[in-house]
Design a binder for this molecule. Structure first.
Ligand SMILES: *Cc1c(COP(=O)(O)O)cnc(C)c1O
Length: 379
């Protein structure tokens, strides 16, 4: 059976070059990077190189890159680290309603500790308005955290403008740049104090990510121990994964994004032309090149997902993290979609492995699947 993977926003296949680069660090370069001897120094060289590559990509200094176990940990470290360090200055944090759960649930945990959190509303396309941010700021505000691009509907936020507002009030600005990284222009020089990244969304390994922390930013570590990661994240480094992360960034080919965007547009056009009562969710213009999100009115998203899966097509309802809860996506609700319509939604996220034939196959299977499910739909 033909297999079409359209869930690249959940995770991407690892590039064979990434795997190749990692292998020596499982074998001969097994040393502990904190060791003084040659074994240790070889491992440390691998880490240093990856740190430089990632720093260069976002125009940061290598000592501003802290490796973590992924985007989730980077978001936890950013929010809790700043909140706990700045507590004496204020107790108010601003974020948005459409953040990834690793930001939202961290914010909720901080609320339980006594912090006040404002969740900024977004418009119908998922955009946060810098003017709304300006209005939400109080004397107590210590941190603003708004994602650079959304993982469910692909909205690209006005990060530069939002950072400028925070900076003009001397408030720390953090952005979850996991989905934006490598795919759209991103520069910490925009006034960004902290930014989160993850390797497995860009063809790197799972379980590794990074937090950019601007020089001079005081942050309370989440875990203490040895002196690793500039005393901001203790524990022996995951050397092969870090090396793989660096490789994934090094070889990321932005030229492929144009092809991906073309395939996405072909998919969107095909779906809208071939299937009645479909709604494209998210922005028309300010959208990541690889994400399309649709509501198929009268169809249960989960049922459609399983039907497509049986035909070899993989996509998702809501985000991977939200999927098992059967709660309608908080992102779709935030852009004004009713719970029932949200339940009829599907995200298709493309990658560099997708071909024209993949999209043709989806456009052949999907209309019939929707038709069949509508026949038995209770709505
Ligand atoms: C995947 C994702 C994360 C979590 O990253 P992990 O490395 O899987 O922990 C955070 N934010 C966004 C926007 C994501 O898409």
């Amino acid at each position: 059976m033909k297999k079409v993977y359209l869930d690249n926003a959940a995770t991407t296949p690892q590039d064979p070059e990434v795997v190749e680069a990692m292998l020596p660090y499982f074998k001969e370069h097994f040393g502990n990077p904190s060791s003084i001897h040659a074994f240790g120094q070889k491992a440390k060289e691998g880490i240093d190189k990856a740190r430089k590559i990632i720093a260069k990509k976002i125009k940061a200094n290598p000592d501003e890159i802290i490796f973590t176990s992924g985007g989730t940990e980077a978001n936890n470290l950013a929010l809790k680290g700043i909140a706990h360090t700045q507590k004496a200055k204020g107790n108010h944090i601003i974020t948005s309603q459409i953040e990834h759960h690793s930001v939202l649930n961290t914010a909720r945990q901080l609320e339980k500790e006594g912090f006040k959190v404002t969740y900024l509303k977004v418009d119908k396309e998922g955009l946060v308005d810098p003017k709304e941010l300006e209005k939400a700021i109080t004397k107590e505000t210590i941190l603003v955290s708004v994602m650079a691009a959304n993982n469910e509907i692909g909205t690209i936020e006005p990060t530069r403008e939002l950072a400028k507002v925070a900076r003009s009030h001397k408030i720390y600005f953090h952005t979850d740049a996991v989905q934006a990284f490598c795919k759209i222009p991103f520069d910490v020089g925009w006034g960004i104090d902290l930014a989160s990244f993850s390797a497995h969304k860009i063809h790197g390994p799972k379980g590794i990510g990074a937090l950019y922390i601007k020089r001079g930013t005081k942050i309370q570590p989440r875990q203490v121990g040895g002196h690793q990661e500039f005393e901001k994240r203790a524990g022996t480094e995951n050397v092969p994964a870090i090396v793989g992360f660096g490789k994934a960034v090094e070889i990321y080919n932005v030229d492929e994004l144009r092809k991906i965007a073309e395939l996405r547009d072909k998919l969107i056009e095909g779906v809208i032309n071939k299937i009645p009562k479909v709604k494209l969710n998210g922005p028309k213009e300010k959208r990541l090149p690889n994400i399309a999100n649709f509501s198929f009115l009268g169809v249960e998203g989960e049922a459609l997902l399983m039907e497509l899966d049986s035909k070899g097509i993989a996509c998702s309802t809501g985000s991977a993290c939200a999927a098992p809860t059967l709660e309608p996506s908080h992102v779709l609700q935030a852009i004004g979609i009713t719970a029932i319509v949200a339940h009829s939604s599907l995200r298709m996220s493309l990658g560099k492995e997708n071909s024209e034939e993949d999209i043709d196959y989806v456009l052949e299977i999907l209309p019939q699947a929707v038709k069949n499910l509508r026949k038995i739909s209770p709505f």
